[in-house]
Design a binder for this molecule. Sequence first.
Ligand code: GLU
Length: 475
Amino acid sequence: MVRVRFAPSPTGSLHVGNCRTAVLNWIFAKKMKGRFILRIEDTDVERSTQVSEKGIIEDLKWLSLYWDEGPEIGGDYGPYHQSERLEIYRKEAVKLLNEGKACRCFCTQEELEKEKEERLKKGLPPKYSGKCLNLSKKEIDRLISTGKEFSIRFHVDSEDVEVNDLVMGDINFKSDVISDFIILRSNGRASYNFAVVVDDIFMGITHVIRGSDHLSNTPKQILLYRAFNKKIPEFAHIPMITGINGNRLSKRDGTVSVREYREMGILPEALINFLSLLSWSSPTGEEILSVDRLIGEFDFSRISKSPAAFDIKKLLWMNGYYIRNYDKKKLTELILPYFYGKNVENLYDVVDTISDNLECLAQAPEKSEIFVTDNIKFDKNVDKSILKDKEARNILSLVLNKLDEIDDFSEENLTNVLKNIIKESGVKTKNFLQILRLALTGKNQGPEIVKIIKIFGKEKCKRFIEYVLSMNIIN
Ligand code: GLU
């Protein structure tokens, strides 16, 4: 059975790049009817925080990327926090030590720095010299008895390492550039490469899908699999996400945190769709793809090797599509918090009216300003003087009179009523509606006029028109 994992380090909020990794792992697990595991890589005690972990977990739930094993739900391969697996790492490191595949390294940080400098001066790669590999048993015992601290260092064998990556293809790493590396620090903490491999082995991970920033770690990890005599999982390194100019993704390209997109009112469906299409594409060339289609069509062979640019405009466009097609009742619930502290009657109708023009939910208050305000505010760029014309006054009077007569404010009835008044006035529909829109909203553009009248209701419509008709306010 396919078993994949998403292994975030809780050192900040969920980054869109990591989120994309989670999305692809989840999609692949669903496609293969496998299991999606969440493992918290919190070995870096100084930088890991509970707040970050909580935030990442909340964001994954918001995206409906539920895990089959991991924090909160447990599973047969736990614990799922690296901080609770220290004893496992220690035992595994000792195993390699006893088999002669690793050694105790007594070098201090200063000694290692000095050694590195000297090698660089001589034009040699800054590799570990292998000094502690050759210590005699007697010498080791003596150093231990003096209480000298040591770490455990893995000894790299001389065979080259070939990575057969599902995305990046076959890559050969020469073993002579890989330094003997530390697997267990003197403080008892496992190094990243060691903990990951031990966990992936213990958790039966079949496919390691992660960002290509980890590609350079992969040969070291493969060497550890070899040392443990364990099957090497499949690797799939997904190209990095860049900003629109091809540079490293930064704030300038839009925010990089999933939480901020969530707060802006990007819908989870849109974010998943958008992130899946960074590097991957559907064979049909279509861009709007439901989760089911993403699962059905996902294939590693369609992931490009080159970095993908994060285009916020495309995300907003896509989000606009999802907003337009969302269930209006659910959308109203999602939009409600953006109106905190504001009193909006008929929010459902307002949402129904503005949703075609929204790119994110946070725009809702601004787009519904006309429904919230009690006083007409003219846009700076509109020509108010046309409302002084006889024709305009005539139109507005007709509407005002009609408003008194009608009680049915359904869109259907309002459409008919307007049609009749337009006929009666003899004014061109376009001009008529422009005058009416201007008198009701102070703007030249906006939602459909019948929808506006319906939401405003009789009193507000009358008040605004009367206000405009009292010519002294127009200057
Ligand atoms: N914890 C690592 C990170 O957040 C991921 C390790 C891995 O996927 O192998 O970058």
